[in-house]
Design a protein around this ligand. Sequence first.
Ligand code: MRU
Length: 364
Amino acid sequence: MKVGDQHYHTIWLNDDNKSVDIIDQRWLPHEFRVVTLRTIDDVAAAIREMWVRGAPLIGVTAAYGVAIAMQDDSSDAALDVVWEQLHETRPTAINLKWALDEMRGLLRPLPPGERSAAAYKRAAEIAQEDVELNRRIGLNGLKIIREIAARKKPGERVNILTHCNAGWLATVDYGTATAPIYLAAEEGIPIHVYVDETRPRNQGAQLTAWELDGHGVPHTLIVDNAGGHLMQHGQVDMVIVGTDRTTANGDVCNKIGTYLKALAAKDNNVPFYVALPSPTIDWAVRDGVKEIPIEERNGDEVSLVQGRGEDGKITRVRISPEGSPAANPAFDVTPARLITGLITERGIAEASAAGLKSLFPERT
Ligand code: MRU
């Protein structure tokens, strides 16, 4: 997508053909910075500290991390070490394990001398595949938006609510939840997006709002608690969110707060869709609430809020007493029964084992 007049991906191979450049998301929306990851420790820090974030982008970054590791040491032992080191950076997004398994599965049978080149090639392919998956999710999700628009009076806008950032910044390009939104806007459908700020890290306020603003998509930032009220008053036509891990039964793990939006949507008959590329499906897990590990992040992310001060500098301010501990579960699970449909690259599935099997018969 575009930043100013320039087309960007969120991650790309540096001109030295070894290091990897990323958009450093810690400073958005106030400063656009690109940072170069040269070592495996850089890659681990970038994922853990959320310089990059979003399940698909975490996976792609990890794939490049394996490639970076292989240029120094392409032994079996090094392959296992990098797998472990990157796997423990963030526990919930399954794309991370998917990408690490994909890389190790490809490289292990190769002679060590061939592994580095093969790793860079496959990492670039995974990045490109992500772009294509999201483009197709966009086309499938667009059909739903068109149907809603067709039921509206001429010129009346389609109101979509989204949570966290499942936009192009969370992927390599297009985004998952935002791909149908961008396509609908391009097609001239009058669209408007309610953007949940998404405490504690404010991915909605800092990233989704920045993206939509940059692409001229009408949007309004709301506090996380406003969604239920808007739905009760008929101001939301549909919800689209992303996911960090979807189970074989269609339960959806996503940013904390997603579950409450799904409950409110159910109570108000607002369709609740989840956009996801197939690497986000964890076919080994059925009951999301019981089986998905939920990342617990530092309580400082709750107690301290980052923004730009009046002096123009990016700063963090404390909003609670020094002595009050804070809990910070980063994700929650929305049971399949609350979900209207899963928008994948192969089409829209019912959120159920049967629905997913119908689109991915090879996984049965
Ligand atoms: O903690 P984050 O910012 O990595 O969480 C991101 C989300 O929860 C996204 O909604 C999810 O990864 C889907 S991104 C297409």
